[in-house]
Design a protein around this ligand. Structure first.
Ligand code: GLU
Length: 399
């Protein structure tokens, strides 16, 4: 039998990527699929950013750059962190990577080892557990109950910390729940984290997609955490640049240097044209984010209303950030259509795609098997049509 590396053999495909790929394949085969699967803005990358890429191409910026990004890009990231979060970093504390995912994975690989535990509050984005396991460390899942707004409870956090715990991954606004941590909650958690001396990985990818106003960064709320933490981010969502693959990490320079060594050995610099475009994205006028937010707000209203009208779907919390809803479908577990029975979020997603051609992501790999994730980063027209179809499927189920 073929023998793979033990950790790679245990690696599952990314559930978000797999759901979107399946939808794309079906569309290519002529099926009229509506996708609420990918966490990907449907807006086009702003023209000013594309122009910067065209200029870089025309100027011949097509060669290797320093592995962790050009000095100009790191300077743009440094200024962005100051402008948007009030955080001070030096250039040597910044690394650009081919996507937020690569930055995050390299920091995790640089920091953690076999025997270590890393706390992941769940529901959590599907790739966190995989990245931690690849480092050799164990992911310690700490459930954030729905009736507490999917927010980590300080007492649960304190209970989960053992002598082996070395880090935690925080993600506010959260993918998949849309939960946003309040300054009060962040400060309670910060106290525990400071005392425990953990590494804090703050995934800030959805920082701009907040509906009740901005929340200070946890490193602003407790500045002593910055020396033990990483601000992790991507340009994918804020600037509609998913395909460009650009993200970054900022944190203590010894770890950044180690993560950059890893990047230098297994991939190299992020795309040179993308880096030029990213400088424009971060440094130019930031108005597109406001336009995008106005549209997300309208869509959120529609989606919350439509989900709450679906029999068997519960959505107690209106998400305050990101562009996902994460309804609970416990009431549909055990319902069936022909010989197909719904056993969890994943089986509901499969049935929905097969019967009504709507793609979404089952909650299983987010650590919440009685939920499904729907992205509303698509047009109102698509959203309305998708909910009509979901309604049709639910009406056909035998309960
Ligand atoms: N973060 C997005 C999502 O959850 C993009 C896909 C991915 O990288 O997982 O859908």
């Amino acid at each position: 039998m073929l023998k793979l590396n033990r950790r790679i053999a245990a690696l599952k495909p990314s559930a978000t990527m797999a759901a979107e790929t399946r939808a794309t394949e079906l569309k290519a085969a002529g099926v009229d699929v509506i996708s609420l699967a990918a966490g990907e803005p449907d807006f086009d990358t702003p023209e000013r950013i594309k122009d910067a890429a065209r200029r870089a191409l025309a100027n011949g910026q097509t060669k290797y750059t320093p592995v962790a990004g050009t000095r100009d890009l790191k300077e743009a990231i440094r200024l962005k962190l100051k402008r948007d979060s009030g955080l001070d970093y030096e250039i040597a504390e910044i690394m650009a990577s081919a996507g937020g995912k690569q930055a995050e994975a390299n920091i995790i690989a640089a920091l953690f080892d076999e025997g270590d535990e890393v706390i992941i509050p769940t529901p959590a984005w599907v790739s966190f557990v995989a990245m931690v396991n690849l480092s050799g460390a164990a992911a310690k899942l700490v459930e954030c109950p729905e009736d507490r707004g999917f927010v980590l409870d300080p007492e649960r956090l304190a209970r989960a910390i053992t002598p082996r715990t070395r880090g935690i991954i925080l993600n506010s606004p959260s993918n998949p729940t849309g939960a946003v941590y309040s300054p009060g909650k962040l400060s309670e958690l910060a106290k525990i984290l400071l005392e425990a001396g953990l590494w804090i990985l703050s995934d800030d990818v959805y920082e701009h997609i907040v509906y009740d106003g901005p929340v200070p960064h946890i490193f602003r709320i407790e500045p002593r955490l910055q020396a033990r933490g990483f601000a992790l981010n991507s340009l994918s969502k804020a600037y509609a640049m998913t395909g460009w693959r650009i993200g970054f990490a900022a944190g203590p320079k010894e770890v950044i240097a180690a993560a950059a060594r890893l990047q230098g050995q297994n991939s190299g610099n992020p795309n040179s044209i993308t880096q030029a475009a990213a400088i424009e994205a971060l440094s130019g006028p930031q108005d597109e984010i406001k336009t995008m937010m106005a549209e997300f707000r309208r869509r959120r209203e529609l989606v919350v209303e439509r989900v709450r009208k679906l029999p068997g779907f519960k959505l107690p919390n209106v998400p305050s950030g990101a562009f996902y809803v994460f309804p609970n479908i416990t009431e549909l577990i055990g319902a069936s259509l022909g010989d197909q029975t719904i056993t969890d979020g994943n089986s509901f997603a499969e049935l929905l795609l097969a019967e009504e051609h709507v793609a979404l992501v089952g909650g299983n790999d987010f650590g919440a098997p009685h939920h499904v994730r729907m992205s509303y980063a698509t047009s109102m027209e698509n959203l309305n049509a998708a909910f009509d179809r979901i309604g049709k499927l639910v009406a056909r189920l035998k309960r």
